[in-house]
Ligand binder design. Structure first.
Ligand code: SAM
Length: 280
């Protein structure tokens, strides 16, 4: 007989946000896998749940997933929880879900609190299309590459950040996207001191100039708008003469005709306008 894996979302601050279904599942599970068992003990005893706990975290996720799969294959019902919010989302869980599915174990997810969704819904920024980056890579090439990609990102961008790294991240985002880029700086969501401040990256940096960030943060950053794209395009167009732009395109191996067509496309102009400017 197979067991089952239940992915259980738990509160990100306000204990009232736990769902009835999660409580029932935790009470019925044979085993609860938790990121930090001591931390989760507090949550579970608050709800009078007393079940065996096993640690499942970043540093044991591969071996522990194997062990948990074996136990589920012999019928154990395992509930996976994390320190806060939805397991798997910037938290361990992915490896276990994959291993369970590969072993043919039924997996089900019980939805609930998640900081990124809570922040997005509070931000007032476009929510139809968004991209979740989680925590930016800490250092070096990977971090620079993500920041570089974000420069062109048209969708709303959601980031997690720890308080001691907030200023650095705000500074680097301002360098990459411009200090005028809007964001909703969300802090301590669902808790007493919840904030969702609409500001620019520059204003956020100024707000923390003499204050140390405290608490948990989600940054919801406006994507590059149509207006920004046209302003950049206009500035690029103005930076050189039409003949210089043509020379740039031809230097890429295009014929004069092809280069004029490419220019029209790149600068949002009609082919006849480009033709007239070049042949003036
Ligand atoms: N799995 C969690 C979820 O579903 O949102 C996220 C876990 S991740 C390790 C922790 C990060 O989530 C924090 O550093 C912070 O960026 C964000 N976070 C979690 N709880 C939060 C809260 N109450 N307010 C703001 N951000 C929060």
């Amino acid at each position: 007989m197979n067991g089952c894996l239940y992915i259980c979302a738990t509160p990100i601050g306000n204990l009232g946000d736990i769902s009835e279904r999660v409580l029932e599942t935790l009470k019925e599970a044979d085993l609860i896998a938790a990121e930090d068992t001591r931390h989760s003990m507090g949550l579970l005893s608050h709800f009078d749940i007393h079940k065996p706990l096993i640690s499942y975290h970043e540093f044991n996720k591969v071996e522990r997933a194997r062990e948990l799969v074996d136990r589920m294959l012999s019928g154990t019902k395992v509930a996976l929880i994390t320190d806060a919010g939805t397991p798997v989302i910037s938290d361990p869980g992915e490896v276990l879900v994959k291993a369970a599915k590969e072993a043919g174990i039924p997996v089900t997810s019980l939805p609930g609190p998640c900081a990124l969704i809570t922040a997005l819904t509070l931000s007032g920024l476009p929510a139809r299309r968004f991209v979740f980056e989680g925590f930016l890579p800490m250092e070096g090439k990977d971090r620079r590459q993500v920041l570089e990609e974000l420069k062109e990102e048209r969708r709303t961008v959601i980031l997690y950040e720890a308080p001691h790294r907030l200023k650095r991240t705000l500074g680097e985002l301002a360098d990459a996207l411009g200090g005028g880029r809007r964001l909703c700086l969300c802090r301590e969501l669902t808790k007493i001191h919840e904030e969702a401040l609409d500001m620019t990256l520059e204003q956020a940096l100024a707000a923390y100039e003499d204050t140390e960030p405290r608490g948990e943060y989600v940054l919801v950053v406006e994507g590059k708008t149509d207006e920004m794209v046209s302003q950049e395009r206009a500035a690029k167009w103005e930076s050189r003469t039409p003949q210089e732009h043509l020379a740039d395109f031809m230097a890429q191996g295009l014929s004069k005709k092809e280069a004029m067509k490419a220019m029209a496309l790149a600068f949002g102009k009609s082919k006849s306008e480009i033709y007239a400017l070049i042949n003036k």
